[in-house]
Design a protein around this ligand. Structure first.
Ligand code: PLP
Length: 423
């Protein structure tokens, strides 16, 4: 079935006991065993079934199955946040002494995890700048476990060359992990371009209403972990924390996502609550129609700003003059979601005045909400950075970031117009 249909029906049909049509919220910590033997078989992964909600839950299982189908993967793991998904995506295969390679244009939280927290835990992150993807093959050594990128970067809005990154990483036997939060599987499906693992912050467009934090890790099932026995030793050798199971033997192509569940999730516990899984499923049902409106509105706002005499520049990959517009056509159906940035004549002062004058568009730091949102990174998220660091992060002091929502375009443009007049 097509994505629009999977988003509404995937992973669930009315369950036999109550025939509930909406996905039930299984608000329970635990599940009864039929017998001690049944309990033992569940723990041995010999039979399928539920044990404890930190590790699995039937409401979350619908979310996992639905997102896996939307991405074209074999399985997924629902988690408490996008950051938890990114953390586990790496921790499933890397540990102290290992390294990963990442593009440097990243979500701020991911940048902090990679530049500070992982190094403190002994995992080195080697950054490359797009479009110098050839660097990947030079930076790989026998301790490299993954290449990481964002399909569309937040906040920069740049588009990654997923096909090229996959080709270069695979030539060295390394999997590619993609943060697909901004385009969502509605606009971009990284597995179709050779990528191996996808992570999402479900907090953004997937949930879509600014009401729930959640994340998910999705496995394509395509990476040949068993062919790289020494590099991916944790998947290929007996695991003492799970009574000697060898994941590639027990789970075949699902070795990675299986270990993500029974090692990082089971042992460090970033579980999503069943209520949040339910709320995010509600959001996913309308993803396709919302994304169409987000893209349509953002393009209109970008075109409006381009022509405005108080605006110096506009950055939106959906504009034909953007450096990544060809990549957007190739990977995202020429649609760039709702995030754009622009510069106001008059720098920080004018930027601040503009944001303060907004009446409909909300001042905050989030993206992907049905509501339109604005932020001025130089005075908020990036205010600690020096002018040199700001330049490196692609954040000039006149930069205003908009996450364009699904309101009527006339109301959005009139709010922007009156705020520009006051700036
Ligand atoms: C928000 C975001 C994250 C982090 O997700 P949380 O759900 O806030 O933990 C990761 N990547 C991108 C691209 C994001 O926009």
């Amino acid at each position: 079935m097509k994505l629009e249909t999977i988003a509404v029906h995937g992973g669930y049909s009315p369950e036999p006991t109550t025939k509930a049509v909406a996905v039930p919220i299984y608000q329970t910590t635990s599940y009864a065993f039929d017998s001690t033997q049944h309990g033992a078989d569940l723990f041995d992964l010999k039979v399928e079934g539920n044990i404890y909600t930190r590790i699995m839950n039937p409401t979350t299982a619908v979310l996992e199955q639905r997102v896996a189908e939307m991405e074209g993967g074999i399985a997924a793991l629902g988690l408490s946040s996008g950051m938890a998904a990114i953390n586990y995506a790496i921790q499933t295969i890397a540990e102290s002494g290992d390294n990963i390679i990442s593009t440097s244009s990243l979500y701020g939280g991911t940048y902090n995890l990679f530049a500070h927290t992982f190094p403190q835990m002994g995992i080195e992150v080697r950054f490359i700048d797009a479009p110098n993807y050839e660097e990947i093959t030079k930076l790989v050594d026998d301790k490299t476990k993954a290449v990481f990128c964002e399909s569309i970067g937040n906040p920069a809005g740049n588009v990654a060359d997923l096909g090229k990154i996959s080709e270069l990483a695979h030539s060295k036997g390394i999997p590619v992990i993609v943060d697909n939060t901004v385009p969502t599987p509605y606009l971009c499906r990284p597995f179709e371009h050779g990528c191996d693992i996808v992570v999402h912050s479900l907090t953004k467009y997937m949930g879509g209403h600014g009401s729930n934090i959640g994340g998910v890790l999705v496995d394509s099932g395509n990476f040949p972990w068993a062919e790289h026995k020494s590099r991916f030793n944790r998947l290929n050798e007996p695991d003492p924390s799970y009574h000697g199971v060898v994941y590639t033997e027990a789970l075949g192509p699902a070795a990675y996502i299986g270990r993500a569940r029974v090692v990082p999730l089971r042992n460090t516990g970033s579980a999503i609550s069943p209520m949040n899984s339910f709320m995010i499923l509600q959001g996913i049902e309308t993803l396709a129609v919302r994304m169409d409106r987000h893209c349509e509105n953002a393009l209109e706002v970008a075109n409006y700003l381009t022509k405005h005499n108080k605006v110096d520049w506009v950055r939106y990959a959906g504009l034909s003059n953007h450096q990544d517009n060809q990549l957007l056509k190739k990977y995202c159906d020429d649609k760039a979601a709702g995030i754009l940035s622009f510069g106001i004549k008059g720098g920080v002062k004018a930027g601040t005045k503009f944001i303060d004058a907004l009446e409909l568009i909300t001042r905050l730091v989030n993206i992907g909400d049905a509501k339109s949102l604005a932020c001025h990174p130089a005075t908020t998220t990036h205010r600690q950075l020096s002018p040199e660091e700001l330049a490196k992060a692609g954040v000039s002091d006149d930069l205003v970031r908009l996450s364009v929502g699904i309101e009527h375009i006339d109301d959005l443009l009139s709010d922007i117009e009156q705020a520009l007049a006051k700036a």
